[in-house]
Ligand binder design. Structure first.
Ligand SMILES: O=C(O)CCC(=O)C(=O)O
Ligand SMILES: [Fe+2]
Length: 341
């Protein structure tokens, strides 16, 4: 696959048509609220306050940021630097990882939007995805260049394993469940993917998106944003809200599987990335998704007469099939498993 070539923001050429969104899909950046944003939660708060704050954030926003999480800042910086260097490699070297085949576990690709009766519109970004694991050695999957990429990711993955467990435990408790309930439901061999996103500066951010509107399909996402550059936005009460980087914070968001398991109480919320003229932006999303064979459906303890099950049970593999069937179009995989009320 040929990687898309991005223009420089100081190019005076018009932006290539394959990146230009139809008018009704453009980001309308002047309408973004920078006043309200998602909650910032301090992990040093006591356990019961933490459970309460996370539970409220999961119900109201589906997103929050965490600070004082214990993951060393230097390690995060080292991992982000490795990604940035990877995206800075010559195109021929990056091309080794380029593929459109979604079944590949290691892949460099461009997201696109496929609208009915129209040509595909490319997102103004490059995405690199590969597995991660907190304990098993996964470094054979990783690029050899930059040389410290593997080492940085191996260390980062260990930290993410601990953080994911902590989050799953807090989210379980927030639902009134046993600490290990969600982790057990998601299975012993969760699907763990790391996704780095690179957004070059864009000559006209009003015409493009870095990532189209989507929900994450797994269970929990831990996102690191490069400091000092905004781009992530989430929907809150029908309006787009910016989630600007907070120093040494992680952005946490829930994926579709938690919405289903919680029977709709916790939300998998639509979000997108917008571009900017001035600076490149890098983000790293660490995804925790169920075992392919895990059966996902509303947890029995969350079902009663007032809260009948909203979704039917399915195997996660079945969900992924539906997801890829919709690729580039509406990204409403979980809606296919809704029960009619
Ligand atoms: O770049 C961002 O902040 C958003 C990334 C994201 O939503 C994703 O990778 O799923
Ligand atoms: Fe996302």
């Amino acid at each position: 696959m040929e990687m898309k070539s991005f223009q420089m923001a100081n190019d005076n050429k018009p932006i290539s048509p394959n990146f230009i969104l139809p008018e009704d899909k453009r980001p309308q950046l002047s309408q973004i609220s920078s006043l309200a944003s998602v909650p910032v939660i301090d992990f040093n708060d006591g356990p019961s306050a933490l459970v309460q704050k996370i539970s409220q954030a999961c119900e109201e926003y589906g997103f929050f940021q965490i600070i004082n999480h214990g993951v060393p800042e230097e390690l995060c910086a080292k991992t982000m630097a490795a990604i940035t260097q990877f995206f800075g490699l010559p195109p021929e070297e990056r091309a080794e990882f380029s593929t459109q085949d979604h079944t590949k576990r290691v892949k460099l690709f461009n997201y696109f939007l496929k609208l009915e009766g129209q040509e595909k519109v490319s997102m103004w970004s490059e995405t690199f995805s590969h597995p991660w694991h907190p304990a098993d050695d996964f470094t054979h999957f990783l690029p050899k260049n930059p040389p410290n990429y593997g080492e940085a990711f191996a260390e980062y993955a260990k930290e993410m394993g601990g953080l994911m467990n902590r989050l799953l435990s807090l989210i379980s408790q927030g639902l009134g469940l046993e600490k290990d309930c969600l982790r057990k439901r998601l299975g012993d061999t969760p699907r763990l993917n790391a996704q780095s996103n690179f957004y070059p500066p864009c000559p006209d951010p009003e015409l493009t998106l870095g990532l189209a509107v989507h929900t994450d399909l797994g269970a929990v996402t831990v996102l690191r944003q490069a400091e000092g550059v905004s781009g992530l936005q989430v929907i809150k009460d029908g309006k787009w809200v910016a989630v600007d980087p907070v120093p040494n914070a992680f952005v946490i968001n829930l994926g579709d599987q938690i919405q289903v398991l919680s029977n709709g109480r916790f939300k998998s919320v639509h979000h997108r990335a917008v571009t900017n003229k001035a600076q490149p932006r890098v983000s790293l999303a660490m995804f925790y998704a169920p075992d392919m064979d895990a059966v996902i459906g509303p947890i029995e303890d969350l079902i009663d007469e007032e809260h009948p099950p909203t979704y039917r049970n399915y195997r996660y593999a079945e969900f992924l099939e539906e997801f890829y069937r919709q690729e580039g179009t509406r990204r409403m995989a979980k809606e296919a498993f809704l029960l009619s009320q």
